[in-house]
Design a protein around this ligand. Structure first.
Ligand code: PEP
Ligand code: MG
Length: 589
């Protein structure tokens, strides 16, 4: 009988294929007495060297084949490998207890993992995976056994696992991986980021899936809806195959229909459509969806999934790669936006009770000018390789904007004094994500080059709804009239001041809002690359006059429900109209 499970869809699309299960091989080394602790310690040192060789080789391969960020995962593992606490403890116990080193290593991994597991911080929990990963490799080296790996898969398959560690994910045979399904994991886990970057359908948080499948079982992973079907019946496979084809055809047709370059409404108004990216490798992927550049590069991902700050040079290389890939198209680099739900363990000094309202984003950067200026230096140095813009996140008022601008100025002066080349014409913008910034938009517009509205945060701050809290998710509503009026106020202020104003939150990628946003006056939208084809098609199907009329009606309403109903009606009407245009006979039935 087929089993259908619901989890968290972290990467859209449908994959259907045979299961390859990935279980971390449990090793139970025997416990026995030894007479020569020195010889036993040498065995340990030799095993560590073997692992070091593997990690260095993998790090270099990752840097060549993927990017520096993924290579940095292995640097972090090298740091754990050289953890000063581990060797002395092993030496002490070898001398005191005179038992074999493999048993001691296993015992210490268990002990440390238990200690870390009691800490609530999710970032520390992620470290358990790193720590166990390294420990397992040492054990395998001691016992001269191969570590299970997903590096070489014999055929295309869907990988099912309890969880996937950073090294397992980074080493995966991407050519044969069709999709992923795991017991554990969240939206910001490394696996999720990678799955999106490689457009692999993925569902995580499935609890016990790894115990419910056998290798070779057929499985369906529906990453769009967060559903997995194990051992599907023939009718279900047929249904999902049709859905997969439908999604792929729709995407291809949308990409074709969207044409190249600027996207025009029916009456010829040009709307710019940009991609949001989290990792440098996504830049080339986003080009396939005919984006006009990158409207938001979330640079904080370069700081995540590692144990220490990326150096200025590492940052420079990542920014240069994105700028060169996209050139001559523009790329807007956002300065470090950590905190909230994007915790960076080595930078968060203590746990906050309200992280979304806490020490995050530009507040963090202004408190840590060393980190902020190193990032700005890396950005300006990279600016000669393409068409770069910079934007500051979470600006709440003029003082913050001025302080951030002053840092950028100092960096430019410093580079000039040192004779380092940079593009002096880089435009600097301000993200509008806090209600106070909307109210002060006229003042902010006088001192920056452009606005970019981050609706993900603006909605959470305007409605006082934590964007990560599942219990209040139904209250997090982009159709709320309060939110829509804030958007309208911002675009009107920007227009009056003569500066461009874009939207780069998820709302920009939701086709339900496309006509409304165009009608409000937005002519620049930035979204995940997967949403681009559909939004471009919506734009091509929109008429300026009707869009303006829609915006006027919507902004006169006071109920979110009424607004949503109206938008759904409009979207159905547009779809019918499109049907008439492409196939009058079908529409006329
Ligand atoms: C936003 O807040 O809308 C945004 C684009 O930034 P992030 O989702 O990274 O906070
Ligand atoms: Mg934001």
């Amino acid at each position: 009988m087929e089993i259908s499970l619901r989890g968290i869809g972290v990467s859209p699309g449908v994959a259907i294929g045979p299961v390859v299960t990935f279980h971390v091989q449990a090793i139970e080394p025997p416990r026995y007495g030894i007479t020569d602790p020195v010889a036993e310690l040498s065995r340990y040192d030799a095993a560590v060297e073997k692992v070091r060789f593997y990690l260095l080789r993998t790090k270099d391969r990752m840097a060549d084949e993927v990017d520096e960020q993924h290579a940095s995962i292995f640097l972090a593992h090298l740091v754990i490998l050289d953890d000063v606490a581990l060797r002395p403890e092993i030496e002490r116990r070898l001398n005191a207890e005179k038992i074999n080193v493999d048993f001691l290593v296993q015992d210490l991994i268990g002990e440390y993992s238990k200690l870390l597991a009691n800490i609530e911080d999710p970032m520390v929990r992620e470290k358990i995976a790193d720590f166990s990963d390294v420990g397992r490799r040492i054990l395998h080296a001691l016992l001269d056994r191969e570590v299970d790996s997903l590096e070489h898969l014999e055929h295309p398959c869907v990988i099912v696992a309890g969880e996937l560690s950073p090294s397992e994910t980074a080493n995966m045979d991407m050519a044969n991986t069709m999709g992923l399904a795991t017991d554990e994991g969240g939206r910001t886990s490394h696996m999720a980021i990678l799955a999106r970057a490689f457009e692999l359908p993925a569902v995580v948080g499935l609890r016990y899936i790894s115990k419910q499948v056998m290798p070779g079982d057929t499985i369906i992973v529906d990453g769009t809806n967060g559903v997995v079907v194990i051992r599907p019946e023939r009718a279900t496979i047929t249904e999902y195959l049709a859905e997969k084809r439908r999604q792929e055809d729709e995407r291809r047709a949308l990409i074709r229909a969207g044409g190249d370059g600027p996207c025009l409404t029916q009456d010829g108004v040009q709307i710019e459509t940009f991609a949001n990216i989290d990792l440098p490798i996504e830049a080339s992927e986003s080009l396939k969806t005919k984006c006009m550049g990158v409207g938001l590069y979330r640079t904080e991902y370069l700081f995540m999934n590692r144990d220490s700050l990326p150096s200025e040079d590492t940052q420079y290389r990542a920014y240069k790669l994105v700028l060169k890939t996209m050139a001559p198209l523009p790329v807007t680099l956002r300065t470090l936006d950590i905190g909230g739900d994007k915790m960076v363990s080595y930078l968060s000094e203590r746990k906050e009770s309200n992280p979304q309202l806490g020490w995050r984003s530009i507040r963090f950067c202004l408190d840590r000018p060393d980190i902020f200026k190193a990032q700005l230096r890396a950005m300006y140095r990279a600016s000669v390789h393409g068409n770069m813009r910079i934007k500051f996140p979470m600006i709440s008022g003029l003082d913050e904007l001025r302080e951030a601008m002053a840092s950028a100025r100092q960096v430019r002066e410093d580079l000039t004094a040192r004779g380092v080349a940079f593009d002096p014409k880089v435009k600097i913008g301000c993200m509008i994500e806090i209600a106070a910034a909307v109210v002060l938009a006229d003042k902010l517009a006088e001192e920056c080059d452009f606005f970019s509205i981050g609706t993900n945060d603006l909605i959470q701050y305007a409605l006082a709804v934590d964007r990560t809290n599942e219990r209040t998710a139904h209250l997090y509503d982009p159709s709320h009239p309060g939110v829509l009026r804030l958007l309208k106020q911002t675009i009107d202020t920007a227009r009056a001041a003569g500066i461009p104003c874009a939207i780069c939150g998820e709302m920009a990628g939701d086709p339900l809002f496309t006509e409304l946003l165009v009608g409000m006056g937005f002519d620049s939208l930035s979204m995940s690359a997967v949403s681009l084809p559909q939004v471009r098609a919506e734009i091509a199907n929109t008429r300026g006059v009707a869009a303006k009329r829609l915006a006027k009606t919507v902004l006169s309403l006071g109920s979110a429900q009424e607004i949503r109903e109206l938008l759904v009606q409009r979207s159905q009407a547009r779809a019918t109209l499109q049907l008439y245009r492409t196939d009058p006979a079908a529409g006329g039935e």
